[in-house]
Design a binder for this molecule. Sequence first.
Ligand code: NDP
Length: 295
Amino acid sequence: MSPHTEESAVTVLGLGPMGRSLAGAFLDAGRRTTVWNRTQGRDRELATRGAVSVRSVEEAVAAGRVIVVCVVNYDAVDAILRREAVTGALKGRTVVNLTADTPDRARDTAAWAAEHGVRYLDGAIMTPTTTIGTPAAVFLHSGPEDVYREVRPALEALGGTHTHLGEDIGRAAAYDIALLDIFWTAMAGYVHALAVARAEGITGRELAPFAKGIGDILPPIFQEAAEEADNGNYSGDGNPITSAVSSMAHIVHTSEAHGIDAGVMRAAEGMARRAIGRGHGTDGFLRITELLGRR
Ligand code: NDP
């Protein structure tokens, strides 16, 4: 437990589900926690647990050494922070921005912070609200090493693992984008698979154990593919693109026969067919990593 002192005081701006979880973890760790949210009323449960709830961003900023921001995107961050009175109150304080957005927005926010004498660390949260305050939480951070060292004790209160990815302020957001790319394309595949299975009379519960089996074969494939991509080795031994594209065409055919949109799989099939058209049919699917972005 941290001592309940001014030094350990934190402020959380933004009380969506994630902001509330972060504030709750700070309270559980014994930190004096001041909270603010644009819409009133989201602070009720936190207030019963001892959070200090304030009506203005200026008051909230003045109350904390470390200001954690967690809102929907950087347009919201700008709306909260980039006002003269707030910028003035932030001077000399440290902002840890755990809002998700793009690497460019992170760099732009860092430039704004530097211009206004605000110490700034960018970050991304890679796990759901239920993990916050537990060992399962995963946080990525990027920005000045000295700022990271300064806020590290406060971050410890949030549980889980914290990784500082380096001084390039956009790096946490870049990891976030790449990792969410995996998550959302996987989820797009899963909802589509559930729809096709249902059309074939298979319930979600019936499919789920086998879907888990597919999930379980992915981690070693991810590791091997990452190494091959780094080495530029796209060998199709065992599963050439010509074989993969045939399997994809079956999925497109079956879903469209049921009147189910196959847009996601058609996009993957299109990439595979372009690779074959360029003479890479005997390579593995991974070859597409290199072809993406080329005209
Ligand atoms: P949301 O992404 O829905 O964000 C809601 C918060 O953003 C509320 O506090 C809302 O205020 C505020 N907000 C939106 N627009 C504005 C604005 N123009 N000005 C001021 N405040 C604004 O909810 P979460 O709390 O779940 O997510 C916060 C961040 O955490 C996001 O970037 C998200 O990607 C990230 N994250 C969330 C995870 C999760 O499991 N929820 C997991 C990992 C990351 P109001 O109440 O007034 O609308």
